[in-house]
Design a protein around this ligand. Sequence first.
Ligand code: CAA
Length: 438
Amino acid sequence: ALVESRDRVGSVAVIGLGTMGTGIAEVVARHGFTVRAIDLDDATVRDARQRIEASTDRAVARDKLTASERSGILDRILFTTNLQECLTSDIVIEAVPENLELKRQVLGQLDGLVPDRVIWCTNTSSLSVTEISTAVSQPSRVVGLHFFNPAPVQDFVEIVRTVVTDDEVVEHIRVFTEQIGKQAVICEDKAGFIANSLLFGYLNHAASMFEQKYASREDIDAAMRLGCGLPMGPLALLDLIGLDTSYQILDTMYRQGRDRLHAPSPILKHMATAGLKGRKSGRGFYTYAEPGSPEIVADDHVATQDAMEVSVREVTTVGVVGSGTMATGIIEVFAKAGFSVTFVARSEDKVAKVIASIRRSLEKARQRGKIEQDAVDAAVGCITGTTALDDLADVDLVVEAEEVVLETLTFPAHFPIFLRTFLAKVLVEAEGDQEDLI
Ligand code: CAA
């Protein structure tokens, strides 16, 4: 088979050396393949070379590569503006900007140059692979090969087949992706494939929230990074992907699916048009030390510290109302931080369950070496459970964390679910009793 061994792949050509093309060229060369890295613009080719030199330099400094491995990688990449260099390529990966006409034009131009055995891959994020594929004489040899940014780091790719793609071509590319250290999924030619279809509605929403001054960029990002455990917040991620690219992806998905979620937030177009394209241009939602740098530097939009100067009331005692999962976690957090916590549950039985659950959680943390026995005892000593709301009369701060447990409410079977949810909410808010309410 064509790509069973690297020796049998003459070389891989990567066309278009923007953020993605450069990352793809690097990852392919790092895995032992010879790469033709091609862009028609001299300056872009120079930039790409510098970025790969810097990235592999960093890897040497961090002992991830030896100096000789680094020079081997750079020797395997031919940076050029000459499309004729594709002549010996077995795999062509197109990574030019996200514009259908441009992609078709580039592929059409190469079609006469490359050997018949070539496999065409397009790194499109949202365009129809089928429409791109008809630009070459053998559409059955075209697949989508969608990388994620940063391409050398993200271990995942989507292989997109069209209705005419040869199974053999898909299999060759699947083996190739294994050889370059990626885990692949094979998907159909649907707008946004899998990941972008999910991701971009969310990123778009974050951009709109920022535009509507819902919260600061730092707070929007902190919510998703710290609250939801994502490696970066949505606005920082938009900067990484590029606001121009993100706008194009959303616009394409919106045109195809007419899903309101994908209607590009106007701010993306405005910023991209003004040259604020994100990390690559040195400014997007954040400002970076220089174009291409990941280092965020202070700018006019840094949140002010004024709020910190307002004098705050001292808090030493805390009340928590509730005994469910969230309430239990909140009680534990306050107790570990040394606050005296009184929580209110609906029954003595629930009081006991909460304390037992917190003990188990702290004990697990102790066994994992995250906390000492003294700290476990101190935290448990900070907690008092009660069934009387009056016991919170003197606390400095109350956190309401009541759960609405629908199962405990006996609504007539014909009640629609939205009505049950609504009534349950009213019930809790009114602290009423179910019979009274109904
Ligand atoms: N190029 C090459 N390597 C890079 C890099 C880049 N641009 N950025 C980071 N790295 C490497 C670093 O050198 C480092 O490598 P080692 O561990 O081998 O030394 C590693 O990645 C981790 O980097 P850092 O320690 O500097 O930073 P981090 O731990 O904060 O990770 C991150 C940075 C990898 C970008 C991480 O924040 C992350 O995974 N973010 C989410 C990225 C994401 O969601 N990507 C998908 C976007 S959607 C898409 O791409 C599809 C599309 O069509 C647009």
